[in-house]
Design a protein around this ligand. Structure first.
Ligand code: PMP
Length: 332
């Protein structure tokens, strides 16, 4: 059986399949979906405590990144983010002809905050992407730093909170203070609905109206809107998050025992470094365990895996122990 720990998904099925079976039977497949996402937005409003006027649902938060770049920047204009981070900010900037600038991290791969503020002043970027907790390092950015960024730039500042449920510390309240802030969220991670492709942005009504000018009509399918809405009504993410965080602590304890270097993560994934990643990767591959590897200069010697269910985590740990125990230990 394949074990997927490479895409930071929730390992648990959060959808009530019996309910969905029944509801899908009577679904109006011949009709266009609700253009305004009223039911979905009303549930998103409930879980975020923001008004429906302050919410824009998108086809995954990937689509929101593109929408923001289209709406708030033009060709050759500067876009700033910290690196290493979620690759789509750079990738979409590049294919839209924007000038992406990645601020290099400190030695420990954390965001170099002083340099970041300097770069805002130097390049006056049209859009700044902050990712918190950051994928793939797991770093949670402090509210003071986010406010410093917002106070340094008059242009758009985006905080990607794709993994925020695992850290419990949202920046939503900054929306009351800063008109140039957009918070990006997704149902793909803690909510376990990656396949439905539902993300959303939270920002001022004025920004929502502006973003809507660039949005394709019906950008989320009727089925996705429907299943997401029904699942949000029923789901309690707390039990999934708690389970994942407990498992994370258990994994970290075991990593320590076998001296595997790891970065502290405020999310549902961990970045590790072993003395011989190739040996580890070969063993994982043989056992059909999929993890994330990287080509860029900062991450080439790291492996990222997300927390799976107990059985999956046990399998991963047994392989790590096996390989490390067979001669790759840091102690040897
Ligand atoms: N932001 C971050 C930081 C991510 O890691 C991901 C998915 N890997 C996304 C956004 C996109 O998520 P989705 O399009 O599924 O909402």
């Amino acid at each position: 059986m394949n074990i997927y720990l490479n895409a930071n998904e929730n390992p648990f099925n959060t959808v009530d399949r019996n309910l969905i079976n029944e509801l899908l039977f009577s679904f109006d497949y011949n009709r266009y979906p609700d253009l305004d996402y009223k039911k979905l937005k009303s549930e998103l409003s409930r879980i975020t405590n923001r008004k429906v006027e302050n919410i824009i649902p998108t086809n995954g938060s990937d689509e929101l990144i593109q929408l923001i770049l289209l709406a708030y920047s033009k060709e050759n204009e500067n876009i700033l983010s910290h690196i290493p981070t979620f690759s789509e900010y750079e990738k979409i900037s590049n294919y839209l002809g924007r000038n992406f600038i990645g601020v290099k991290p400190k030695k420990n791969l954390k965001v170099d905050k002083d340099v970041f503020i300097q770069k805002i002043k130097e390049y006056n970027p049209k859009i700044i992407f902050l990712c918190s907790p950051n994928n793939p390092t797991g770093e949670l950015l402090k509210e003071e730093f986010i406010e410093e960024v917002l106070n340094t730039s008059n242009n758009m500042v985006i905080v990607d909170e794709a993994y925020i449920e695992f850290s419990g510390k949202t920046n939503i309240k900054l929306l009351n203070k800063y008109e140039n802030l957009i918070i990006m969220r997704t149902l793909s991670k803690a909510y376990g609905l990656a396949s439905l492709r539902v993300g959303y942005g939270l920002t001022s009504e004025k920004n929502i109206d502006f973003l809507n000018e660039y949005r394709m009509p019906y950008n989320i399918s009727g089925i996705s809107q429907f299943i997401a809405t029904e699942t949000l009504k029923l789901i309690d993410t707390k039990k999934y998050v708690e389970n994942i965080l407990n498992e994370k602590q258990r994994i970290i304890k075991e990593l320590k025992k076998i001296n595997i270097e790891y970065l502290n993560s405020e999310s549902n994934f961990i970045l590790i470094k072993t003395i011989n990643n190739n040996g580890v990767l070969k063993a994982l591959k043989e056992n059909k365990i999929f993890v994330r590897t990287f080509n860029d200069e900062y991450l080439v010697s790291y492996i990222r895996f997300n927390i799976g269910n107990r059985e999956e985590n046990d399998k991963l740990l047994s392989i790590l122990k096996d390989v490390v125990g067979n001669g790759w230990s840091y102690n040897k």
